[in-house]
Design a protein around this ligand. Structure first.
Ligand SMILES: *Cc1c(COP(=O)(O)O)cnc(C)c1O
Length: 433
């Protein structure tokens, strides 16, 4: 299958080209040329299938022409080595817990899948080793580093700003060893990002080593997120609750929601979607007015959604041929302030015992306020509340238990390479690798 750019000014790309490049040469986002509907028998039997079996069928529709069945099956099963359960919260509201992976957030799914696809291309074609450069302000680094951990033929360099990430975040990418190197940059996140961008543009460096990014817009990170929408539906169907299914997605860059829209296009019977925003409500405003007006992001307690110009907006408008009306018929919006998010976390915890994280809280609240008679709602619980322990403990006035996975990271030994914010130093370091 070929991939086209949302800007339509770049040549079609193969899957491998789209994965290695990330962004198209015209700065557009890659879209698969076809979105294949899945057959009715698949939906008839879906409630009896495992997560891995379902995901493989979905993966086959996208990647089956480019990766042989056995290899693809192995990639899917290895990626999804953890459960994604739907848990009842209250009334007709359910939580799709996407936080049972290695770094306790949904980005594990895409990062693990992309790492294995890239690893397969390298092994299959006996290509030289690939080096992934990733700049992080905290959470992306951990998902990418853990997703690529131990994958042969790939080395990952995580650049992070010294003293600017939380201790919980830092241990998740500095204690891994193996093919993961953490570079502690004496600067801010923007410096890390500048170093990475300069590296991609430096000819001498690119002649010395094969470089790639593992950005969240990458098709191999974004498309596998469709897997769990199908599995959520299967679980709701098992309960006899799938007839009028509404799915609510706490959104930042809108990759997650966009994968759900792809699932619906493949035939998944989702009645409608709700996009939940924090104070960064650019998409919410677009739904109200038809105007897309990006603006600088503001900081909130649901900080993984602090995005002022959501990159996957380009994919959403492409999917619906730029029709505002069409988009509004499928997606409604909601937006919540920090105070409303905190109130929701506290109120739901007190009333039901279910502990939301600040992102999931936006999702829960949008359903609590917006579900209609007869509808069942599932919101995506995108991260474990312990990842935001200080914030959540302050809100509920109670201790948040650290999952064993996070405790294990905390027991690890930090290893990082100190790095100045000068590109010359970073380049000299990489040239020596
Ligand atoms: C990345 C992230 C989001 C936003 O997801 P998008 O795909 O960028 O919309 C929401 N919650 C958490 C915890 C995240 O890490």
């Amino acid at each position: 299958m070929y991939y086209y750019s949302t800007n339509r000014q770049a040549p079609l790309a193969t899957l491998e080209e789209a994965v290695v490049r990330g962004l198209a040469t015209d700065k557009g986002l890659y879209m698969p040329e076809h979105i294949k509907p899945l057959p009715q028998e698949f939906f008839d039997g879906i409630a009896e299938m495992s997560f891995q079996e379902i995901a493989y069928q979905v993966a086959d529709a996208f990647f089956g022409e480019d990766i042989p069945a056995e290899a693809l099956k192995h990639i899917v099963y290895d990626t999804l080595a953890f459960d994604v359960p739907v848990v009842h919260v209250d009334g007709n509201i359910y939580s799709l817990e996407l936080y049972h992976g290695p770094t306790l957030a949904f980005k594990d799914v895409g990062a693990r899948f992309m790492a294995r696809v890239l690893g397969w291309f390298i092994q299959n074609e006996k290509k030289e080793m690939v080096n992934v450069l990733v700049a992080t302000s905290g959470d992306t680094g951990s998902a990418v580093a853990n997703g690529f951990l131990g994958v042969e033929g790939i080395h990952v360099y995580v650049l992070y700003p010294k003293g600017k990430v939380s201790a919980i975040q830092e241990v998740q990418f500095t204690t891994l060893g193996q093919n993961i190197t953490a570079l502690e940059v004496d600067g801010v996140f923007d410096d890390c990002q500048r170093l990475v961008k300069s590296a991609f543009m430096d000819e001498e460096l690119n002649g010395h080593m094969r470089l790639t990014s593992a950005n969240s817009i990458n098709v191999a990170r974004f498309l596998p997120q469709a897997f769990y929408y199908f599995y959520a539906y299967a679980q709701m169907k098992r309960e006899g609750k799938a007839d009028e299914l509404v799915i609510c997605v706490p959104s930042g860059n809108f990759g997650n929601l966009c994968a759900g829209l792809f699932a619906q296009r493949m035939g998944l019977p989702i009645k409608r979607f709700v996009a939940a925003n924090n104070d960064n409500d650019i998409f919410y405003q677009y739904l109200q007015t038809g105007d897309y007006a990006p603006r600088p992001s503001v900081q909130t307690i649901a900080n993984a959604m602090d995005v002022g110009d959501p990159s996957n907006f380009a994919r959403i408008i492409d999917l619906y041929a730029h029709s505002h009306e069409e988009i509004c018929s499928r997606i409604s919006g909601a937006t919540y302030s920090d105070e409303q998010i905190a109130d929701t976390v506290a109120e739901v915890y007190k009333r039901t015992g279910y502990l939301l994280d600040p992102h999931g809280a936006c999702g829960y609240r949008a359903l609590a306020e917006g579900l209609q008679e007869g509808e069942q709602g599932v919101f995506l619980e995108t991260a474990h509340p312990a990842k935001f322990r200080d914030t959540v403990e302050a809100i509920i006035g109670d201790r948040v238990e650290m999952p064993e996975k996070l405790q294990a990271f905390m027991r690890g030994t930090k290893q990082s390479v100190p790095m100045s914010a000068q590109f010359e130093d970073f380049k000299a370091y990489l040239m020596g690798q």
